[in-house]
Design a protein. Structure first.
Length: 457
């Protein structure tokens, strides 16, 4: 970072901030990109360079990057009641409004809402409630949490333990004991020759059942999964996967936590991924688009079965001993409530149902590109996989960093995507238009060609 002026934001950044999910050595050498402002699906850096953000930040900027209307709501709420908590029976109206609304729109009957500030905390709370629930009903040994390889549920100690990301466990001494992981249901990469999606899904469900039997069904408390895997590569489930997996969970009386942190609020073309794939979870975690990414808020919806047990525990213990200072913060709930109003007024779900198929169709055309082996998606979420040999579905040597190479060229063409290994995920703001989807495709086409040329050289 020798080129950065001593008092520049870049120089001050490297002297002061540890960045999440960043190579700290490379960061010191390369310095940060400074984002200054945004409008719609576009963000601008401090050199005035414009990027079309096909990742919606971290899957969350559903309404784009600036909103006068949400700003006003936050401002008015800060003037009226800028903070209060929900501890010891205290409440406020915006929190109640939001909880009621979430229960109204829930994909399956849900009983109550717990607020937190992030997706990680919502999943962490869900995991604690699995333990609490089973203790309450007299099965305290039913504690193991089953996640999936490559899934991501957050960075707190428990939510990352439930995640199947080896790179995020390394040298943290995680996952904690009692967290186990079943197969990564990546049909394109792992199906056997001639195996249909349905047959593959059966194999995945059988692997889950075998894991439960190995661990002991009496010790398996819950399964946590995203309807569509986000940080696992923008990976849609193989046909019939969810019906088969849920049958296994039912057989062994396990709770099901649907992590809707990415899928919730329209991403898959319905309000919830659980509706797109007919999931019947006991708990649902949601965040991100809940507030259009403009306030840190998450919610955990729990069903009556779980709440009943918690209620009984209060009778026994005298308290529900769990909480966060900023849970149900009135500014976050007011902004989230207004976000849900905006979605309704704009008919956001209808919009995703209209433009989503267009995006899938446009991105599917890249399947002909020499680098691309697989393109699949749903709603406004698509995963695209780069391969060394299309006929053999042979991956590139990971050391060649093909995903990162495509990402580098995409940025050079003003396009932000999210790469996970050699898969690229697309999840633009939900307000994206067909013209902007064409713009994504144009920039991506140039990036893929440049990446091909670099990889051949
Ligand atoms: C599916 C899923 N769950 C949970 C999380 C964690 O959310 P947060 O970063 O708000 O803690 C993420 C973050 O990307 C996610 O994609």
């Amino acid at each position: 970072m020798t080129y950065a002026a001593p008092n520049s934001v870049q120089a001050r950044d490297i002297a002061s901030i540890v960045h999440p999910q960043t190579n700290l050595v490379k960061h010191l050498e390369q310095g940060p990109i400074v984002m200054e402002r945004g409008q719609g699906c576009y963000v601008y850096d401090d050199h005035g360079r414009c990027f079309l953000d096909a990742a919606a930040g971290l899957w969350c900027a559903s309404l784009g990057y600036a909103s006068e209307r949400l700003a006003r709501v936050a401002y008015e709420q800060m003037r009226k009641l800028g903070y209060y908590h929900l501890y010891r029976g205290t409440t406020n109206e915006t929190g109640v409004d939001l909880a009621e609304r979430l229960l109204q729109i829930a994909p399956v009957p849900m009983s109550k809402v717990l607020f937190q500030c992030s997706g990680s905390e919502a999943n962490d709370t869900a995991i604690k409630l699995v333990w609490y629930y089973h203790s309450a009903i007299g099965k305290p040994e039913k504690r193991k949490i089953i996640g999936r390889r490559m899934a991501y549920h957050g960075s707190t100690s428990a939510s990352i333990s439930a995640s199947g990301k080896a790179d995020m466990h390394a040298d943290f001494g995680l996952p904690f004991p009692g967290f186990v992981h079943t197969e990564y249901p990546h049909y394109y990469r792992f199906h056997r020759d001639g195996e249909t999606e349905e047959q593959f899904a059966t194999r995945m469900a059988e692997a889950l059942e075998a894991l439960i039997l190995r661990e002991g069904p009496e010790s398996c408390g819950a399964f946590i999964a995203e309807p569509v895997m986000g940080a696992g590569g923008g990976l849609t489930p193989p046909r019939s996967y969810w019906a088969k997996v849920q049958a296994v969970l039912h057989k062994y009386d396990m709770l099901f936590i649907a992590d809707e942190v990415i899928c919730g609020f329209g991403r898959t073309g319905n309000m919830w991924g659980s509706q797109t794939y007919e999931l019947k979870p006991d708990m649902i975690s949601c965040a991100k688009a809940l507030s259009a990414g403009m306030q840190p808020i998450s919610a955990l919806l729990i069903n009556q079965r779980v709440f009943r047990a918690m209620f009984d525990e209060s009778r026994k213990l005298g308290n529900f001993a769990h909480g966060f200072t900023y849970a149900g913060h009135p500014v976050t709930t007011a902004v989230a409530m207004e976000t849900l109003r905006i979605y309704e007024e704009m008919d956001m779900i209808g919009h995703v149902q209209r433009v989503g198929p267009y995006m899938q169709q446009v991105l599917a055309m890249f399947a002909d590109h020499p680098l691309v082996g697989d393109v699949r998606g749903v709603g406004l979420l698509t995963g695209m996989e780069m391969v060394a040999d299309k006929a053999m579905r042979a991956p590139f040597d990971p050391a060649r960093n093909v995903g990162a190479t495509v990402d580098k060229h995409a940025r050079a063409h003003g396009l932000i995507t999210r790469f996970i290994g050699d898969r690229i995920a697309f999840s633009p703001p939900l307000i994206v238009t067909e013209a902007e989807i064409d713009d994504i495709a144009a920039r991506l086409g140039r990036a893929l060609d440049d990446a091909s040329a670099e990889l051949r050289a």
